[in-house]
Structure formats: structure tokens, C-alpha cells
Write a protein that binds this ligand. Structure first.
Ligand code: HAM
Length: 436
């Protein structure tokens, strides 16, 4: 029965198990991200995975692919429409308003989050239906310096992870609300003139949200889209000044970027700065990190006008860039010790001793074999576990109130020593504990 279940029940398509052989790398990456965020003054926020569907309709936008065809939405037993979060920005704004973090008189908020997001997209390499994002959001700073710092911060991360050469920065400005209104009008005129070339989807978007036509993947529309009016051509003086000041910082920091006038992002809340880090090593899903400014969103959800900006990184894509060696590394979770014993009283003695060691050295990694096998079979397991030492509790050791210590990886003689001597040795030898 169990086998039959296992052969028919599978994880939901596009949703991945992270197995023990890779979970250490995930923890390591998350620790690096946490350190990065704290190093720039961000504090963690953890929001629910489920939110009212209306939140995403009003932020990401009803006309976007994410909301119109990719959300996991359902009515719960109370009849409320809920959705698994497709992204984290909307939840940060919702939580910030709900808990008074975004009151005008309050200081600037720098928030970070890390967790699963859900989108019903067609799965392929780097694109999944459950995926992890690490994101940061800053509320209360309108100046372009913070946008620049977000880009420097992401570059700092690539540097720390050793993948700086694999990614490049693309930048654009969508302009202020007024600039976007003018650009929108120009888009409507342009696409109306070429209406016969539009597909049904683009025709529908022409009425509701013409900017979203620019996201179309239809190959037949690409030439038309390339020649469409660009947001940069409609920037007003303030928007242009914002963009130029941002570029000034990037230039002084010698952070290379390419201006991509077609970059508009697939979510409705952006204005002014938008950016993406892309890589040639990721295949079709080439964006590993994306973000921008969303100064109108807080007000749109009922708060005071509050400038805001942020980015999110797709962690599966980041793992792909880090490569197999990084992903398969589990050296820091290998046990230090593997306890073997034979006979009931040796086992009770051994397990009591193991607890004593753990109490004295909380970061010690010690596996007890815990089942009756011959010494030979247990040594085999000890070797396989990757432990540095085998701890041996036999009749002799028990009688002398000592424990045997066998080096499994070094050419050193086996010895027998008191518990106190063992603790001293472990204190000296196991200094490189994992820190998370
Ligand atoms: P986004 O561009 O929709 O932006 O997603 C950000 C990143 O999440 C993408 O660049 C990609 O690396 C990853 N990602 C998105 N969809 C998938 C997927 N189906 N499978 C795997 N990875 C995926 C946002 O979500 C915004 N909230 C970013 C932001 C934060 N803007 C301002 N603050």
C-alpha cells in the first residue's frame, strides 16, 4: 500500500522538495542574505502566505498576468477570497499600514523577508509554481540615493557569493505619474494605429492597461513592441533629475549598467526607477533579481503618501548561478562523532555519556547508532556518516569508566580516555562550528 501511494502521489507540478543533500546550501545562502540585510539596516518581517485576493488585485494589478492568470485563489469556509501570495511587496505594505509602521511621523522603515511565493506559471528551468524570494523594501525615502544603494547592495551580494561576473544590471525609469500618463496616451495612440497587428489579448489590454502589451511574449508582436513609445522619452524634469542622480551614484561607484528603455516590469505598482539583474547563464528565465520604486502604492492602499522602493531575488535562480558545488556542500553539517556500542548496558551507558557531551558542548554534532549491530557493521556506518571520530562504548571501556576514540579520517592510534579528557579534546578540536 505504501509503495502504491508513493508511486501515485507526487508533489504538485512546479513545486520542489528541498532534500537534505541540498538543504544545507539553502541555510547557508539564507544566512548570507540575512547578514547582508542586517548589514544595511534592514529588519525582518514575516507575513502570512495567504492574503485577501483583493490585496494583490489592488497592488500588482488586475491587468497583470500574475493576477489575471497565475494566482492560486480560492474561497475559504467563510466565503472570503484568499490567495497564496505571488510576491512579497504587497504584504509588506499591507502589514506596514495595518500595524502603523508607515505613519508619516514614523522613521524610515527598512524591511526584509525571505520565503515561498506562488504563481501558476508553466514550469521550466528557473521558473516554478512555488519559488523562494528574498526581498527588501524601504519606506519613507524619496531620494534616488536609496535606489542606488539597493543596486550597490545587490552587487555586494554577488561579490560575496563569487558570481559578480555572471550578472549584469539593466536600468530604466518609468517616470512620475504625470510622465506615465503621457506615455500611456502615446502608447494608446501608437497601438491603435497598429490595431490590426494586435492579437486578442493585446487588443483587450489596449483598453485597460496598454503598458502590459509591452510584456507580451507573442513573437509576432515583438517588432511592434520594440518600436513602441518608450517611457524615457516622456520623463518630466523631476523624473529625469531623479534618474540622473541615481546614475551619478552608480557611475561614481563604478557599477556598470545598461539602460534598457524597454524594461517596464510585469507589476503595475512601479514608477520612476526600475531595474533587473540578468544573467546569460540562466536560459530563458534570465532575471535573478528585480525591483524598483513604487511611491504611490501606500497611498493607494489607504495610507499617507509614502515613497517606497525595493527588490526581490529569486533564490532558485540564484542557486542555479551558484552551481552544483555550492548546492551540494554539506561539510558543516557532517557529524563530529559517531557513537557505537554493543549490548544493552553499554548502550545505556553510552547514551547517558552522549547527553553529557551535548550538555557541555551544545554545538557538537554527535550521532548515536542506536541499534544492535556488530562493531564491524557500526564502524561501516560511522565511516559513511562522514564523522571525524567514532566513539566506542565496549565492555572494557565501561568497566574502566572511559570511552574509546577512533580517528576515522586521520592516521592516529585509537585511544581510551576519561569523559573529562574527551570534553577537553573536543573543545580544542571542534572550533569551527557552523553558526546557523
Ligand atoms: P518579480 O520580477 O515578479 O518582482 O519577481 C522577482 C524575482 O523573483 C524574479 O526576478 C525571479 O528571480 C523570481 N521569480 C519570479 N517568478 C518566479 C518563478 N515563477 N519561479 C522562480 N523564480 C521566480 C517581484 O516579485 C517584486 N515584488 C519585486 C520588488 C520588491 N519590487 C519592489 N520590491
Amino acid at each position: 500500500m505504501a509503495t502504491k501511494l508513493a508511486s501515485t502521489l507526487q508533489a504538485v507540478r512546479g513545486m520542489n522538495d528541498i532534500l537534505p543533500s541540498y538543504s544545507f546550501a539553502w541555510g547557508k545562502l539564507e544566512a548570507t542574505l540575512r547578514q547582508l540585510a542586517h548589514g544595511y539596516g534592514y529588519r525582518e518581517i514575516r507575513c502570512p502566505l495567504l492574503e485577501p485576493t483583493a490585496l494583490f488585485k489592488r497592488t500588482v494589478g488586475e491587468g497583470t498576468d500574475i493576477v489575471s492568470k497565475e494566482m492560486y485563489s480560492f474561497d475559504d469556509y467563510s466565503g472570503d477570497s484568499l490567495s497564496l501570495r505571488p510576491e512579497g511587496t504587497a504584504s509588506c505594505v499591507r502589514a506596514g499600514l495595518q500595524h502603523g509602521l508607515l505613519r508619516q511621523q514614523q522613521a524610515v522603515q527598512r524591511l526584509w523577508y525571505c520565503g515561498p511565493m506562488f504563481r501558476h506559471e508553466r514550469p521550466q528551468k528557473g521558473r516554478y509554481r512555488q519559488f523562494y524570494q528574498f526581498g527588501v523594501e524601504v519606506f519613507g525615502i524619496k531620494d534616488p540615493f536609496i535606489d542606488a544603494e539597493l543596486m550597490l547592495m545587490s552587487a555586494q551580494l554577488w561579490q560575496r557569493l563569487g558570481i559578480r561576473q555572471k550578472v549584469s544590471l539593466q536600468l530604466n525609469s518609468l517616470g512620475s505619474a504625470e510622465s506615465r500618463r503621457q506615455h500611456r496616451a502615446a502608447l494608446i495612440t501608437y497601438f491603435t494605429e497598429h490595431q490590426t497587428q494586435l492579437d486578442a489579448d493585446a487588443k483587450a489590454k489596449l483598453q485597460t492597461n496598454p503598458l502590459r502589451i509591452l510584456d507580451s511574449k507573442n513573437p509576432a508582436l515583438q517588432t511592434l513592441i520594440k518600436q513602441a513609445p518608450k517611457p524615457l522619452d516622456y520623463l518630466d524634469a523631476d523624473s529625469l533629475a531623479h534618474f540622473n542622480a541615481l546614475r551619478g551614484v552608480l557611475d561614481s561607484a563604478k557599477l556598470n549598467y545598461e539602460i534598457n528603455p524597454h524594461l517596464v516590469r510585469g507589476l503595475d505598482y512601479y514608477g520612476l526607477t526600475v531595474f533587473e539583474w540578468v544573467s546569460d547563464d540562466l536560459g530563458a528565465q534570465s532575471t535573478v533579481c528585480a525591483g524598483g520604486r513604487y511611491d504611490n502604492l501606500v497611498e493607494q492602499l489607504g495610507g499617507n503618501p509614502t515613497p517606497a522602493t525595493g527588490f526581490a531575488i529569486g533564490l532558485e535562480r540564484l542557486m542555479l548561478l551558484l552551481g552544483e558545488d555550492y548546492m551540494a556542500d554539506n561539510t558543516d553539517v557532517l557529524p563530529h562523532l559517531y557513537l557505537i556500542a554493543v549490548g544493552e548496558s553499554a548502550w545505556s551507558h553510552g547514551l547517558v555519556l552522549a547527553e553529557k557531551l551535548r550538555t557541555q558542548l551544545p554545538q557538537l554534532r554527535l550521532i548515536s547508532h542506536c541499534s544492535e549491530r556488530s562493531f564491524k557493521q557500526q564502524f561501516k556506518q560511522a565511516d559513511k556518516s562522514g564523522a571525524r571520530w567514532a566513539l566506542i562504548m565496549g565492555e572494557d571501556e565501561r568497566a574502566k569508566n572511559e570511552i574509546g576514540l577512533k580517528y576515522l579520517r586521520e592516521d592516529k592510534p585509537q585511544c581510551s580516555l576519561s569523559v573529562e579528557a574527551l570534553i577537553d579534546l573536543l573543545k580544542k578540536e571542534t572550533v569551527n562550528y557552523a553558526t546557523f
